[in-house]
Design a protein around this ligand. Structure first.
Ligand SMILES: O=C(O)c1cc(=O)[nH]c(=O)n1[C@@H]1O[C@H](COP(=O)(O)O)[C@@H](O)[C@H]1O
Length: 224
């Protein structure tokens, strides 16, 4: 379980990690917190022995991606996201060689369905695009993928063992979907073969975040 600290300030993030305590050992720091001082906070979390996933979703020309990836590789984060474009992935892989940083390629955002990718100019289905990007990510040498629980089983069959399959779009039964369109429960994501689950609002917006995290951890353990 990776808890997404999508919160407006470092003070909010500190309060959340204090409430979650030992219930959570792996955090994602993404765009919202990053632009509110999240990088130093991420460094501190790493210093405290937590695992940190920096969700920066790089996508730029190879030189820029490469130099930015080198900066992130020095921080000691466990994961960094890049968009699953072949040039971007190849540049990030080359720049992260020899560091402990694992790259995750974002295939198709979990807020997208077939109509959304058609609107963005892609022919075909989300399923096809995820499969194409999964293969390209494997060829580029990235460590894993971000994809929805709905595509995990097919991706594992396509790729074989080895790559981490990390799924956002996780909603405990009855939880509000919000903007997520390709979503599943923690148990079904694990049963489909997910390596790790990214969970934000079901924990951070819960009236008791620690109890919510513990319930999700128990659901994951039950499904394993
Ligand atoms: O890269 C991501 O982490 C990501 C990719 C994706 O396709 N969908 C997705 O929801 N995410 C992130 O996963 C988290 C999901 O948050 P909740 O919907 O609140 O559980 C957010 O931080 C998103 O930025």
């Amino acid at each position: 379980m990776i808890v997404a600290l999508d919160l407006p300030s470092v003070a909010d993030a500190e309060a959340m990690t204090a409430r979650l305590g030992e219930a959570v050992s792996f955090y994602k720091v993404g765009l919202e917190l990053m632009y509110a001082g999240g990088l130093d906070f991420a460094r501190r979390l790493i210093g405290e022995g937590k695992k940190v996933f920096l969700d920066l979703k790089f996508h730029d020309i190879p030189n820029t991606v490469s130099r930015a990836t080198e900066q992130v590789a020095r921080l000691g984060a466990a994961y960094l996201t890049v968009h699953a474009y072949p040039q971007t992935m190849r540049a990030a892989v080359a720049a992260s060689q020899g560091s402990g940083l694992k790259l995750l390629a974002v295939t198709v955002m979990t807020s997208y369905d077939d109509a959304d990718i058609a609107e963005a100019g892609y022919a075909g289905t989300v399923k096809d695009l995820v499969a194409r990007r999964a293969r390209q990510a494997q060829e580029a040498g990235v460590a894993g993928l971000i994809l929805s629980p709905e595509e995990v089983a097919a991706a594992r069959a396509l790729l074989g063992p080895g790559m981490d399959l990390v799924t956002p779009g996780i909603r405990p039964a009855g939880a509000a979907l919000g903007d997520q369109k390709r979503a599943a429960t923690p148990a079904s994501a694990i049963q489909a073969g997910a390596t790790a689950l990214v969970i934000g609002r079901p924990v951070t917006q819960a009236s008791d975040p620690r109890a919510a995290a513990e319930a999700i951890a128990a659901e994951i353990a039950g499904a394993l």
